[in-house]
Design a protein around this ligand. Structure first.
Ligand code: MSP
Length: 643
């Protein structure tokens, strides 16, 4: 059975921080957990929300066009998610033409069923939240985020949200699991019970957005556009409806009210569940770019590793509630739970097996008490993880670690090891088998939370099957094979001291500076010219260059060349052109599919890595050497000539 889950798609006017990484970590955990439960395929979509007014303004401030800006920012998200080891399947960009089509398609379905009309609206709008704000005077602070609101008057297309009060209340009633946790569901019920205003879903004042299929210049309201991305990412894959939208509590109304209403209007299946987690606080406030209190994940991962950061966030904070981050608390938990807890259990168990049993897992049924504790732990952790109560699940795993630690101390295997009697050796085998079997079960359970560390211990235990293939059905006591040779033993979580905090803080300063530069105005590469007159060309010179609109129909990396993409580009000729371009570091192959580009079509062919390239893609060259592809805000037909 399939399981399709999503993270929110992130605004690209700010780089990822711990708050945004939190949703993504949790989604990655759930993906791994669902696989272990036996769902197949388990598909995770994340992505970038590129059409907001704040992104348009951020691009303006940086002095670049919005697509160039968002392309660079989306690349930053992709590289950060790679650094954080996120195992997603789709990265949907709302600037992707495939997404534009889905949005227009869904709008037309709503229109056909009579839920769209034209009207005019004047009111207060919060740019930061990209939402109209009721009950405040224009210019007053937004009640949600505190930023000043703006007055907007627009002739817009409206969605008849008011028609969905009853159907939504019925949905919450009939399907109590639709919004989780329960207190958030109650908030939504209270919100909808107060009555719903129709929603303006197009804007005339913005350029940067998806053009609505109506007369005149209308682009879609960013939330109408953004929510549909969950569907565009998998439209033809048979994965809809989503099983889970994982989001932060601040965007619940959009997911639990607007989104099901849009889908009901379009007569499409609804997602099964929306789970709203709480906020990561730092210095007593929600961590956010506008508050200026963000902590970036990269420097933390460089010092303590991905697993420790994930463990900390998911153990320290009850999923669904707010919780604080501090470097101090991170290091304390790391030392107590990881270095002294799991890490110590792994190294003492494996070292003793090495020392007393020549590195072979001894034969023994294990201790009945530890077996029973393992069974209970599995039961509690399973219930907790199924309810997305990760801190509770982890707490139960760590109580189990304490039980085994106590058992080892009581049995004192270091004494038994010195006693050759059958009785002592039997007890020794029992304690070593029990700890090793407990370790195997703990590895499997901690894998969704700490994939690298769990894999590492798993390999040290000598397990043959990759940890990724383990299912919860394999977790019954006694599955660890006697006689199995363990791998080489190495510490997984070396202890950290205060110098780790200094390192993270220093790296944070550097990372902040790097991102400030990335988000600021890029410097153009000045092309040296001989003299201003000599540099000029006549129109006759210019028309010699055959510039055409092309659409990428296939794209793949050239083996052994990090920068090169091998593409087929349709420029309206009988066959698509083969073009090899040095853009792969900025534009991954999957992002190029379907994208419209500008091609120099009459360039002499040249061979790159043995592939003949018949044309060149036009791009701006920025100071850091990165290309930004030329593109169009309006839709242009393939093959059109640029004059
Ligand atoms: N683009 C919209 C989402 C559209 S989904 C169709 C958006 N983007 S965002 O970048 O501002 O936020 C994305 C997610 O990150 C939200 O779920 C938000 O709750 C989460 N977080 C941002 N800051 C956060 C914290 N400090 N703590 C926890 N999560 C937070 O909203």
């Amino acid at each position: 059975m399939k399981y399709y889950l999503t993270t929110p798609i992130y605004y690209v006017n700010a780089a990822p921080h711990l708050g945004t990484a939190y949703s993504t970590f949790a989604a990655d955990l759930i993906k791994r957990f669902k696989k272990m439960e036996g769902y197949d395929p388990v598909v995770l979509t994340t992505g970038s929300d590129e059409h907001s007014l704040k992104v348009e303004r951020a691009a303006q401030n940086a002095g670049v066009n919005p697509l160039a800006y968002t392309t660079k920012m989306a690349a930053e998200f992709i590289s950060q998610w790679a650094k954080l080891g996120i195992d997603y399947d789709h990265f949907i960009r709302t600037s992707d033409p495939k997404h534009h089509e889905t949005v227009r398609w869904l709008f037309e379905r709503c229109e056909k069923s009579g839920y769209i009309y034209k009207g005019s609206y004047t009111g207060a709008y919060c740019v930061s939240d990209e939402a109209y704000v009721n009950d405040v005077n224009p210019g007053d602070p937004c009640p949600t985020c505190g930023n000043p609101t703006e007055t907007v008057t627009e002739e817009n297309y409206f969605f008849k949200l008011s028609a969905f009060q009853k159907p939504l209340l019925e949905l919450y009633e009939k399907n109590p699991g639709f919004v989780k946790p329960d207190h958030r569901r109650n908030e939504m019920i209270a919100f909808v019970e107060k009555g719903l205003n129709d929603l303006s879903i197009t804007r005339t004042s913005m350029q940067w957005g998806i053009r609505a299929p109506v007369e005149g210049h209308h682009v879609f309201y960013v939330w109408f556009d953004a929510l549909i991305s969950y569907m565009s990412a998998v439209k033809d894959d048979g994965l809809w409806p989503a099983d889970l939208h994982l989001i932060g509590k601040d965007i619940l109304r959009f997911h639990a009210v607007y989104w099901p209403a849009f889908l009901m209007a379009a007569d499409l299946p609804l997602p099964k569940q929306v789970f709203a987690h709480g906020w990561i606080l730092h210095e007593d406030n929600k961590m956010s770019k506008s508050r200026g209190n963000v902590v970036r994940p990269g420097p933390i991962v460089d010092v303590v590793g991905n697993d420790a950061l994930r463990y900390f966030l998911l153990r320290e904070i009850t999923f669904g509630q707010d919780g604080s981050f501090s470097y101090d608390a991170l290091i304390q938990r790391y030392n107590a739970d990881l270095a002294n807890g799991l890490g110590n259990l792994a190294s003492r168990t494996l070292t003793m097996i090495q020392q007393y049993k020549n590195g072979l897992i001894p034969k023994s049924p294990g201790s009945p008490e530890i077996a029973e504790a393992a069974r209970r732990t599995t039961e509690i952790t399973m219930d907790a993880f199924c309810a997305f109560n990760f801190s509770r699940g982890l707490e139960s795993l760590w109580s189990f670690i304490s039980v085994i630690d106590k058992f080892i101390v009581e049995r004192a295997p270091w004494k038994l090891g010195k006693d050759d009697s059958d009785y002592a050796q039997k007890l020794l085998d029992e304690v070593l088998y029990s700890s090793a079997e407990a370790l195997r079960i703990l590895c499997a359970w901690t894998y969704p939370v700490m994939p690298n560390a769990a894999r590492n211990i798993w390999i040290q235990l000598g397990m043959a099957a990759p940890i990724e293939s383990v299912s919860f059905a394999d977790l019954h006591w006694g599955k660890l094979r006697a006689g199995q040779k363990i791998g080489s033993v190495a510490a997984v979580f070396p202890r950290l001291d205060a110098s780790a905090i200094v390192k993270m803080e220093n790296l944070e300063v550097q990372e902040k500076a790097r991102q400030a530069e990335l988000f600021g105005a890029p410097k153009a590469t000045a092309t040296p010219t001989a003299s201003p007159e000599a540099a000029k060309i006549s129109i006759d010179d210019f028309v010699k260059v055959d510039l055409r609109v092309g659409q990428v129909v296939s794209a793949e990396r050239v083996k052994g060349a990090d920068k090169l993409l091998h593409m087929k580009v349709d420029i309206g000729e009988a066959e698509p052109r083969t073009i090899v371009a040095g853009i792969a570091e900025t534009y991954p192959a999957e992002q190029m599919l379907g994208r419209k580009v500008v091609i120099v079509a009459n360039l002499a062919p040249r061979k790159l890595r043995g592939i003949e390239s018949n044309g060149m893609i036009v791009a701006a060259s920025l100071g850091d050497g990165k290309p930004v592809l030329a593109g169009f805000l309006e839709d242009v037909p393939v093959g059109a000539r640029l004059k």
